[in-house]
Design a protein around this ligand. Sequence first.
Ligand code: ACO
Length: 341
Amino acid sequence: MLALAGKHHPRARLTGVASYLPERVLTNAELTEIVDTTDEWIRERTGIRERRIAADDQATSDLAVAAGEAVLRSTRTSASDVDLVIVATTTPDHIFPPTATLVAERLGATAAAAVDMNAVCSGFVYAFAHATAMVEAGFARKVLVIGAETLSRIVNWDDRSTCVLFADGAGAALLEADDEGAQGDGVIGFELGADGSGKDILCIPAGGSRMPSSTEGVTHEDLCIQMQGREVFRFATRIMIDSATRLLEAAGLTVDDVDLLVAHQANERILDHAVEKLEIPREKVVMNLDRYGNTSSASIPIALAEAAERGQVAPGDLVLMVGFGAGLTWGAALVRWEPRA
Ligand code: ACO
């Protein structure tokens, strides 16, 4: 699916972004006490040095609420003015109710519709695109888009090939309607895609309706992330370039127009590949997975929030977001960074 914002509808503007990271830091050195690995292997193969892990009493909604509160505060937005809360997550508090309803209630977004979106590591971009569509169609004026994960709860801590990668965190963005916006402002467009034929290379086999956790013979491993790392790596490197290129071409833009690339923080080598193939200067690429690891649908808003905080992105800058993950799914979005003054 490829879409460019229309000419005569309200524009959707990205006016704020914030993040929340749990306090507990888990270093590579600590992981060597849990599985047969080394700090050197993890750093060289992934770029990760440490990651954050939620406290025992923190669920995904707790992280999401903290990030949501921060973005409402920074944009001086009243929760009661929010029309829609979308929580992108693959680790909801419960199968139901949706995590978004819990988040909306705790934020005081009593007038908002609330729904979860699970597109795994592409979840934030998918949620962002759906939020844009709701704003541009005139159905919503203010949408809170949150990516939040507690992946530490679904990794197999005996599997060194996955437990060193995944972590916890949340990021939140505010999208607002602007009736005066011109083409080229706000959200410019997005490209979303899915290929279910790759369903087995990254999955949690049990715990759903196909293989309920109560099924005889279901093991702990069946209820945790299982990944064919090399296959995912191949997919990720290809799709990041393809999706970004397709979207830029459709929007009549080039990489030179992009001020900041915020890609899913899965592996430093995947980001390096994007730098090389897209021929984008490294200083325009946000990299923070050394400190946070792979936080799935939270990684893009966390990275964007950090870039904004340290002044790596200025008002009016063109931001390219690219996510990819299990499903397989992918998504790219082009948007101007227009923070509330
Ligand atoms: N420490 C030490 N050795 C390890 C570890 C570890 N933590 N993990 C694996 N190894 C070993 C393997 O057992 C293997 O040993 P062998 O050669 O004796 O069999 C060796 O290291 C090489 O393993 P590979 O899997 O081939 O290593 P690779 O270089 O591919 O790196 C990695 C693995 C980091 C997982 C990489 O494949 C990767 O990043 N893949 C992409 C992950 C990704 O992008 N995920 C994003 C989507 S996430 C989502 O949607 C939820």
